[in-house]
Ligand binder design. Structure first.
Ligand SMILES: C[S@@+](CC[C@H](N)C(=O)[O-])C[C@H]1O[C@@H](n2cnc3c(N)ncnc32)[C@H](O)[C@@H]1O
Length: 181
């Protein structure tokens, strides 16, 4: 997804109905003060909503491979007066420059299918999560790369996660994973 389309995908009326930020917030079981990482934050539609929900003490580390997307995220932060987001320019498949076990939760929305080797990125997620942390992934059918639920579950299992719960339906799913014992 090129950065110039970042705002177009962000928040059309259809998306705000079928994949509202409230769904991600519910799946993340948000508590103020959490430290959260978003993989592939794009222009920040979900990032800003989650950041507001964990105020005043929590932080969202917003990872994206494109500087253009992080620029759009920064503009959105300014527009909405949100300052508890730290943009991180990195490839999710590579070494994300954040410490091991830093996050209470990691989430991604319509990102995994854009990554050539999703299980490799999910190994990074595992490294960044606390032992009792959760990983939340959301997909919806309008995305041209839309993966079935079982595909996402397979990627996650390969990286050492187990499915804990799910929301939505086969055409717009939100899956919650924990680390294998
Ligand atoms: C379809 S957009 C979704 C953006 C945002 N999550 C949303 O739902 O509005 C996918 C995003 O993933 C980012 N992305 C793709 N591959 C990536 C990678 N290997 N590492 C980090 N970010 C990546 C893209 O730059 C883009 O911002």
């Amino acid at each position: 997804m090129p950065a110039r389309m970042g705002n177009a995908i962000a928040a059309g009326p259809y998306r705000s109905k079928v994949q509202p930020p409230s769904m991600i917030i519910e799946a993340l079981d948000i508590r103020p003060g959490m430290d959260i990482i978003e993989l592939g934050c794009g222009s920040g539609y979900y990032t800003v909503a989650v950041a507001k929900a964990i105020q005043p003490a929590g932080v969202v580390f917003a990872v994206d491979i494109q500087q253009g997307m992080l620029d759009k995220l920064k503009a959105r932060m300014e527009d909405e007066g949100v300052d508890n987001i730290i943009p991180v320019l990195a490839d999710a498949e590579g070494e994300i420059p954040l410490d091991d076990g830093i996050a209470d939760a990691v989430f991604s929305v319509t990102v995994l299918p854009e990554i050539p080797n999703p299980p490799k990125a999910l190994l990074q997620v595992k490294r960044l999560l606390k032992d009792d942390g959760i990983y939340v992934n959301a997909e919806f059918l309008l995305d041209p790369d839309f993966p079935l639920r079982r595909t996402v579950v397979g990627w996650a299992k390969e990286a050492g996660f187990q499915l804990k719960s799910q929301m939505g339906n086969p055409l717009r799913h939100v899956l919650v994973f924990t680390k294998d014992e």
